[in-house]
Every structure is written in C-alpha cells, then in structure tokens.
Ligand binder design. Structure first.
Ligand SMILES: C[S@@+](CC[C@H](N)C(=O)[O-])C[C@H]1O[C@@H](n2cnc3c(N)ncnc32)[C@H](O)[C@@H]1O
Length: 311
C-alpha cells in the first residue's frame, strides 16, 4: 500500500457503478436455466473448458457480496472483552458486531476501485451498502477455473499492481462456538485489535474475541482463493466507513492469467495440521510437514497484521 499513503488524500463521494452479476458465465453456457439462477450461483471452467456449477459438499453455494447477519446467533453471548464500554451488545446489525474501532483498521477502502485511491477520513460517509454495490462488478477481472491439485481457484483477467485491493471476504457472520468446521471459514477480530507488536510476537494467533465469516453456503468469489506458501496476495484488515472488513490485497505485481493465492496461516496448513498443502512452492509447508501431527481446532484462515513485504 505504499503508493496510496498520501496524507493529502481526501474522501471522495462513492463512485456510482453499474450493478451486474458476478461470474456470469455468458452466452456460451447452455444450462437451460433462467438468468436469475445463473446469477445466484458460482460457475467455473473445468480443465476440459466446460463451464460448470460450483458445488460444495451437498450444497450449492450462493453469491452474496455482503455480510449475512442473524442477531439471534449473538443474543446470548457475553460482552466481548475486546470491546470498550458502552458499545451496542448484543449486536443488532453486522456493523455493531464488526465496528471498526481504533486505528488498527488503517484506511477506509470505500473509495478503492482498482485505483490507488483510499480514504483517510476517519469520519467518512462510506457504507457497507455502497461498498457491496461498488464491488459487485470487480469479478469482471477474474475467472473461476479448476486447478490441477487445489480444486477451483481464482485467475486474473487483468494485471494488477502490488498494493491493489482486489476483493474482500463476504459471507455469514457466526460466533466461533457455533461454527461447523469447513473449508471456507475466515476468522476476524472484533473490538479493539492489539498493537502490531503482539502479532510480531505471536504470528497469526488471534487475540481477544473473534467472529467467523463463513463463506461455505453464502459468499463472494474470494471464498475460492486458494492457499500458496509463496502467495501473490494477502488477507488484510481494512474498514469501509465504520465497518471492519477483510480484503485481499496484492503483495506483488500480478500478471494476466495468474492464479490469486494467499497464505491461510499455520492454523490451516502447517506442521501441526491434518491437511497437506499442494501448492508446489519451493518453501511449501506440505513438503516440510510429512508425518506431522494432527490438529483438532477449527480450521480458519487468518490474516497477517503487518504490511506486505517491502512496505
Ligand atoms: C477456501 S477453499 C478454496 C476454494 C476451493 N479450492 C474450492 O474448490 O472451493 C479452501 C480449500 O481449497 C483447497 N485448497 C486450497 N489451497 C490448497 C493448497 N495449497 N493445497 C491443497 N488444497 C488446497 C483445500 O481443499 C482447502 O480446504
């Protein structure tokens, strides 16, 4: 994010963008399904170039580009230790739960749209609703394709510069205690996030209370980004207005046709975990961890609380 840290940058009104479905497979798909059905789900291209419906276990995941929030899931939970006094609890909205407190969320990305623009106004007017509308067509720049060893992955149709925000993790917000283990869980801190020094000491270990963004049944294309031990992107905590989000940000320049990848963290692929990484990178944990132990904890992706290399 080196190029966007201009102290003079000002919040701009949110650009009006056309709304269109994500991953519309276009005219080549002959499913006989009505357009709304096509738009509601995810479609990928197989190695045989045939476009297929993406399924997960027994379900067909649906596209949403926002947080799905049910206040009943949080109604009986105690006041989070990471919340300052007098916040709304139990949360009535996703914004109450994922309120962007403190300076740890850095910049608002409400103005970011494949440009170097970010919003530095702490009291800006950007909203999650506008962000949802503005980022729906970001999928034009990506395609879902079957990979050789990691299932469906996300591939670029455009080139991107290091530091570009490419997307964000949408899905159903759930307390970790009620979350069933699955491949599409992202863990995110709520309340006040500890200083960076905490993460330098503890790596991706979470501090305080967290929430899970579950992309299994509902989410956006970011749920398909695979892990690589030498990734071209990273998950990073940002905010849109006063709501905390997890973005996918390029950590190096990315060319057309490249697969997007992030580091899921040691909790997911690491020496102590059950799963084997098949990314094939030279420093791959899958190569190093043969014979490693088993891990019974929830497999969640976690983000680094530090800047990309070279920042
Ligand atoms: C968040 S999903 C990514 C999308 C997934 N490939 C799909 O088809 O829906 C995470 C799952 O993808 C697969 N995956 C992602 N990265 C992988 C890797 N480096 N090695 C092996 N499998 C991987 C694993 O099954 C993992 O649990």
């Amino acid at each position: 994010m080196t190029s966007i840290r201009s102290p003079n940058a000002r919040a701009r009104t949110f650009p009006t963008k056309r709304t269109r479905p994500a991953f519309n497979p276009g005219s080549t798909l002959k499913t006989g399904l009505a357009a709304p059905a096509l738009e509601k789900y995810f479609w990928y291209t197989g190695s045989d170039k045939v476009t297929r419906l993406a399924t997960t276990d027994t379900i067909v995941p649906e596209q949403i580009n926002t947080y799905a929030f049910n206040k009943c899931d949080f109604a009986r939970l105690p006041y989070p230790s990471s919340f300052p006094p007098s916040r709304v609890w139990p949360p009535q909205t996703a914004s109450d739960l994922l309120c962007a407190l403190g300076t740890e969320c850095d910049d608002c990305v409400g103005d970011t749209c494949y440009t170097d623009a970010a919003c530095y106004n702490a009291d800006c007017i950007h909203t999650l609703e506008n962000w949802d509308i503005a980022t729906r067509d970001w999928t034009d720049h990506f395609s879902l394709q079957m990979t050789a060893s990691c299932g469906i992955g996300v591939f670029t149709k455009s080139a991107f510069k290091k530091g570009t925000v490419l997307g964000w993790y949408a899905g159903e917000l759930k307390p970790p205690s009620v979350c069933f283990d699955n491949d599409y869980l992202m863990e995110l801190e709520i309340g006040i996030i500890p200083p960076l020094s905490y993460y330098h000491r503890n790596g991706l270990t979470k501090a305080g209370d967290t929430v899970i963004i579950d992309g299994r049944g509902k989410g956006n294309w970011v749920r398909f980004v695979n892990h690589n031990c030498s990734p071209c992107c990273m998950f990073r905590i940002r905010r849109v207005g006063d709501v905390r989000i997890m973005v996918v940000e390029a950590v190096r320049d990315i060319s057309v046709g490249a697969e997007l990848s992030v580091d899921y963290g040691r909790n997911y692929y690491g020496e102590e975990t059950v799963r084997s990484c098949k990314c094939g990178a030279r420093n791959c944990v899958g190569v190093r961890r043969e014979g490693g132990g088993l891990q019974k904890k929830l497999r969640v992706k976690r983000c680094k609380r530090e800047g990309p290399p070279g920042e």
